[in-house]
Design a protein around this ligand. Structure first.
Ligand code: 5GP
Length: 178
């Protein structure tokens, strides 16, 4: 089945405004502290790069990345998650913020937070650009959320379908092409 872009769900302007607000909130919450921001490749790259530039100099920010793979059909997650690229940073005793593109079933974030907690950070919080509450299977506490969205498959602003459309500045719904 092939997919095509349907309507814009969240515009570039709306994203920019919300990312600025999230950056301000994170700056307030971590002022005077060091914060290790862990981005989940590849979907969170665009969001993370805008987010960190909205965190002010009161926070000492470090950035690292990890990559996970989940098996299954391409628009649905299978729930089997494994780390295929780990962070290089020792997070023991540190404040950590995981930055992810989207919480769908929550299985990825629940796995990642469990793995990260085993490494004994001082604090662990989660920031997602998008949240699809209708799809949750695993309850994970989200500390910072950009937008709550309906159960639609979306692309753009870092999110892909089959590796494509990450470069789009807005977030689009994709639908099967007839
Ligand atoms: P979860 O483990 O929460 O079900 O899924 C998380 C991952 O599934 C996300 O990091 C993302 O890669 C993928 N995913 C879930 N929903 C969407 C969506 O609407 N669009 C895209 N592009 N990826 C999604």
């Amino acid at each position: 089945m092939s997919y095509e872009l349907s309507e814009i769900l969240i515009s570039e302007e709306e994203i920019k405004k919300r990312v600025m607000e999230l950056g301000r909130q994170i700056s307030k919450d971590y002022a005077g502290k060091e914060l290790i921001i862990v981005g989940v490749l590849k979907g969170a790259v665009i969001f993370l790069s805008d987010l960190v530039r909205n965190i002010d100099s009161s926070v000492k920010v470090k950035i690292d990345f990890l990559a996970v793979s989940s098996y299954g059909a391409s628009t649905k997650t299978s729930g089997i998650v494994r780390i295929i690229k780990d962070i290089d940073t020792d997070i023991k005793g540190c404040e950590v913020l995981i930055v992810e593109d989207i919480m769908d079933t929550g299985l990825t974030l629940s796995y990642l937070s469990r793995i990260m907690m085993e490494r004994e950070p001082r604090g662990l919080k989660i920031c997602v650009l998008l949240d699809k509450p209708e799809r949750h299977q695993s309850e994970v506490n989200i500390d910072y959320c950009g937008f709550t969205i309906p159960d639609e498959f979306v692309v753009g602003y870092g999110l892909d379908y089959a590796g494509l459309w990450r470069n789009l500045p807005s977030i689009y719904v994709v639908r099967p092409s007839i």
